[in-house]
Design a protein around this ligand. Structure first.
Ligand code: NAI
Length: 316
């Protein structure tokens, strides 16, 4: 079967999903960006007399993410007009529209059970031959494919973009045992030729390659800060701008990734390792506390740095 991607859908319109949708729009691919229905009305919605049943409210999360694309820096969109190629919606109402797309990219919360329950829905609605991929940071691709139809299994794989998706060149492509060789080859070629990425095929090991090494490095740096009394500023200076890596300082990276997502990613390796190696992947209690406080990093306006601290949180 010859594959081609004319239309796509991204499910999950958070930090990564909105950026991936923008990257697809930049290369001329119309994309449906879906999220869940909000659990509560905002104050403005209440004042307008809207209810949770109103279409405008139901698609609010994805619609807000699309609007934010115009304000983010560095710009996720190559041109403002590319925004027209992104249609926001909510999964519940728009499931049927997934029949019309050639590629569905799952970019929701880093949790195996939540992802699997989404795949069950997608398996029932997608047309045979539709490619489905996960942007997981490191959950097992084989575990996610378990229990699905044969056609789903053949067309399922990991496509792991890095943050921000328009600017970071790496794309890890991770086949499941069930992924057909044609789908894997197609996706690697598409990644290089159309998405403009440097594709690395990775094995289905916890956190694949980049996040296995990256999470290790971040956790060691955080622990050194605590144990040796360095300040956050000192660690960021010597792991970032002062050594010629202006965008990859330790705590700044954690804020950009999102501390909740980082905790899930670290736990994924922690749960699958033992002994000394496992101890490195134990996230410090103070980061757990920050997540409980709602200090999630750039996306919530407060992490190690405040959002208003533009020099630190904005990438250009
Ligand atoms: P996020 O927390 O910013 O966004 C997740 C979005 O998914 C939210 O808008 C949420 O409402 C939505 N969502 C949750 N459950 C859903 C469901 N059942 N159906 C539809 N939408 C649902 O998370 P982020 O950072 O965008 O991460 C998403 C995925 O990408 C995760 O698997 C993460 O590990 C991975 N990733 C994250 C990176 C980062 O730097 N933040 C980098 C590379 C991968």
């Amino acid at each position: 079967m010859a594959y081609q991607i004319k239309r796509a859908a991204v499910i999950g319109s958070g930090v990564m999903g909105s950026g991936i949708a923008a990257h697809l729009a930049n290369i001329g691919i119309p994309v449906l960006l879906l999220d869940i229905v909000p659990r509560e009305l905002s104050t403005e919605e209440q004042a307008k007399g809207l209810t949770l049943e109103d279409r405008q409210v139901r698609s609010r999360i994805a619609a807000t993410a699309v609007q934010k694309l115009l304000k983010q820096k560095p710009a996720p969109l190559a041109a403002k007009k590319n925004l027209q190629l992104i249609t926001p919606g909510n999964l519940e109402d728009d499931l049927d529209k997934l029949k019309d797309v050639d590629w569905i990219i799952e970019v929701i919360v880093e949790n195996l059970d939540v992802k699997k329950s989404l795949y069950e829905k997608l398996d029932a609605v997608r047309k045979p031959g539709t490619i489905i991929s996960s942007n997981t940071s490191g959950i097992s691709i084989n575990a996610m494919a378990e229990g699905r139809s044969e056609d789903f299994g053949k067309h399922f794989l990991g496509t792991h973009f890095f943050n921000p998706p328009r600017y970071l060149k790496l794309l890890e492509v991770i086949p499941a045992q069930t992924t057909s060789p044609e789908v894997l080859e197609f996706m690697k070629e598409f990644g290089e030729d159309r998405l403009g990425k440097g594709v690395v095929e990775a094995k289905d090991t916890p956190n694949f390659i980049a996040n296995r090494i990256g999470t290790y490095g971040l956790l060691v740096a955080v622990r050194e800060m605590q144990n040796r009394g360095y300040s956050i500023g000192e660690v960021d200076s010597v792991t970032g701008p002062l050594i010629g890596r202006p965008k990859s300082a330790t705590f700044r990276t954690l804020d950009v990734v999102g501390l909740d997502t980082f905790m899930h990613v670290a736990k994924n390796v922690y749960d699958q390792t033992t002994g000394e190696e496992q101890q490195v992947f134990e996230a410090p209690a103070f980061i757990k506390q920050m997540v409980e406080n709602g200090w999630l990093g750039a996306k919530s306006g407060q992490g190690f740095f405040l959002k208003k601290d533009k020099e630190i949180l904005e990438l250009d």
